[in-house]
Design a protein around this ligand. Structure first.
Ligand code: DGY
Length: 316
């Protein structure tokens, strides 16, 4: 059995796979094109993909022997899941193991934007710090404020758990009310209410047809001028051009981005705003988490190629 991995992942998972199958790992730094990937998947039984790989019908059709597409990510909006399923190909992801790391990055962004950490650091490095001043880098208080969590799944709940430590009022919006929201002291509200009442808004919903541009210009206009919006989920959940205009005009206080609508491209001008913090999609980027993710993709591939239903089937 043959497995192709579209980009290097930590050794732990690769070693597990090498014991059982013939593995090819793409070693380059520059990403493979879709055409190159299609050539590679022609004769393999399994492919491990990255969240940026466009696994559409054409890609899936190219993998004539494919039994599994194991995405090295929790999100799988890059894959035409319905088509793969129709063709009898398993699709798996890496849930749970990246929950805490991603919640930490959402919080890193909340703190960095609210307390102007990046410009303050730059200021010191540039030798501009002359001593304590009453008005130097005033930011927004976090403790005791209201956070609105959009998408109360695993990561949303982990963000809420952290918010409890900050004594925050916690609102959330989800497809439906979650059963254990009492554990987080979190109140289910309509999206409009959440947007109107929250000081911090953190997005944790997957990208689907329903969540595409969930926050469009009309929804963004409900935010308070002091609000801060954080997106560590998927860029297209927010209309990035509209958000850019709101930020530029100071209609909202700031935003933290780990993901972008046309990743890796940014809406032009975003990089010039000083009320934003821009990260390169590093939500799950810890040594520990990435290693666990590699073990998880390997387990899924081994399950599938040994004739079992993989443990992290996305429709399971
Ligand atoms: C994922 O795995 O889908 C996340 O976006 C990683 O940060």
């Amino acid at each position: 059995m043959k497995v192709f991995i579209t980009y290097k992942i930590p050794d732990a998972g690769i070693k597990m796979l090498q014991k059982k199958f013939k593995i090819e790992v793409y070693q380059g730094e520059k990403f493979l094109t879709k055409k190159e990937m299609m050539e590679k998947v022609k004769n393999v039984d399994a492919v491990i993909t990255q969240l940026r790989d466009p696994v559409d019908r054409e890609f899936i059709d190219a993998g004539k022997n494919l039994k599994i597409i194991a995405n090295y990510a929790v999100g799988y909006n890059n894959i035409d899941v319905e088509y793969a399923k129709k063709k009898g190909i398993y699709v798996t992801n890496t849930p749970d193991v990246l929950t805490e790391a991603t919640a930490d990055i959402a919080w890193a962004l909340i703190l960095a934007v609210a307390r102007k950490i990046i410009p303050a650091d730059k200021f010191v490095r540039e030798g501009k710090f002359e001593g304590w001043k009453p008005h130097l880098f005033l930011g927004h208080e976090i403790y005791g404020k209201t956070i609105g969590i959009i998408g109360m799944g695993r990561i949303g709940k982990a963000v809420a758990r952290r918010a409890m430590g900050f004594g925050m009022k916690i609102l959330y919006h989800n497809r439906k009310k979650v059963d254990d929201d009492y554990k987080y002291n979190a109140k289910y509200v309509e999206l409009e209410t959440l947007l109107k009442e929250s000081d911090y808004i953190s997005i944790h919903t997957p990208l689907t047809k329903e969540t595409y541009h969930l926050l469009d210009s009309e929804k963004l206009s409900l935010l308070k001028p002091t609000s801060i919006l954080i997106n560590t989920a998927r860029g297209p959940v927010v209309d990035e051009k509209a958000l850019y205009e709101f930020l530029r005009e100071g209609k909202i206080a700031g935003a933290g981005f780990d993901v972008y609508e046309n990743e890796p491209k940014l809406t032009s001008g975003l990089e010039k705003l000083d009320n934003v913090v821009l990260l390169p999609h590093i939500g799950s980027a810890t040594y520990e988490t990435r290693e666990k993710m590699s073990i998880m993709v390997a387990e899924n591939v081994i399950d599938a190629l040994e004739g079992k239903i993989p443990r992290n089937l996305v429709w399971g």
